[in-house]
Design a protein around this ligand. Structure first.
Ligand code: ZN
Length: 311
């Protein structure tokens, strides 16, 4: 067999009792039910076995499944880790180093929490319009706010057009300096003034991650600053990857035959070239599908989202 079902998770938390019940996450009870379902149907593959199968071209076990957790949330330490340990399952975790080591909130996370604090997302679109106009941004971008709306406001797999628009604007469409400024302004207005304490709560620490590695969990690279690799120079990509490997070494995670989980699923031919030179064995994309090791290049494996599976 060459098929591998790789499941991608982000927030997994006790949603009802959390401060942000509307965050788009998986409730811990649904997570447990999903594990029951997966345990009945699949065999979980530890990273060591996957590496061995790839290196010796040995077939994978039937219905092989691999659980991956992106973005280094404390959720993963608090809820996922004990659940996996009690079931004897090895999970794979991909923290962006900056959030763990420097306690900075990723823009993508700021946006999630802003959205979770707003009743009507059209309010946020209006806020963005005001920010755009008052900063006179069309002067820099050569585009009107409505040009952006026309181009970006399309419903996604799991999001309405308003939500897709806000995410696109603040994740990649606007110039970086303005994205950062707007996301920061809106985060402080709607979510919290104390960004540092919020980051402390949101992300695992290096100590948490070392403990998980000690307990047999896999920790791999998700870059240093969680950048869109496809938009970065070769040099920046190289630094991002090298710095994340240095971090992995510092928490006792393997840096030979390691796994790269691309932030936003974004990479280009330069990324692949760098990874080959650095001994990366598997690359995880966000393209949706069941991976097939005979068919897909190993540095470009697709994954299923937790929402694609029964809960
Ligand atoms: Zn990520």
């Amino acid at each position: 067999m060459s098929k591998l079902t790789i499941v991608m998770y982000h927030y997994v938390r006790d949603l009802q009792n959390s401060a942000f019940p509307r965050i788009k996450g998986l409730d811990i009870s649904s997570f447990r039910r999903q594990l029951d379902f997966l345990q009945a149907k699949y065999s979980f593959l530890p990273m060591g076995d996957l590496t061995a199968c790839i290196k010796t071209s040995t077939p994978l076990p039937d219905n092989a499944c691999w659980l991956t957790f992106d973005d280094g949330y404390r959720d993963h330490y608090e809820y996922v880790f004990p659940e996996l340990v009690s079931r004897g399952i090895e999970g794979a975790f991909f923290p962006p180093v900056k959030s763990v080591a420097e306690r900075e909130i990723l823009d993508v996370n700021k946006i999630h929490f802003i959205l979770a604090c707003i009743d009507d997302v059209s309010t946020l679109v209006k806020e963005l319009r005001l920010l755009y106009l008052s900063s006179d941004l069309s002067q820099y971008t050569g585009k009107s706010f409505d040009d952006y709306w026309e181009a970006l406001a399309k419903p996604g797999r799991f999001d309405s057009d308003d939500v897709v628009f806000v995410k696109c604007m603040l994740q990649h469409a606007l110039p970086q300096i303005w994205r950062d400024r707007f996301a920061d302004f809106l985060f402080k207005k709607y979510v919290s003034q104390d960004v540092c304490a919020f980051a402390e709560d949101l992300y695992m620490s290096s100590k948490d991650l070392s403990e998980m590695v000690q307990a047999g969990m896999y920790v791999g690279s998700h870059g240093y600053r969680h950048l869109w690799f496809s938009k970065e120079t070769r040099q920046t990509q190289l630094e991002e990857i090298q710095n994340s490997l240095t971090f992995l070494g510092s928490i006792g995670a393997p840096t030979d035959d390691w796994v790269m989980c691309y932030p936003y699923g974004a990479y280009n031919s330069e990324t692949l070239e760098i990874l080959k030179g650095k001994g990366c064995i598997v690359g995880l994309a966000t393209k949706v599908g069941v991976a097939d090791l005979q068919h897909h290049p190993h540095l470009e494996l697709p994954r299923l989202d937790t929402n694609d599976l029964p809960q």
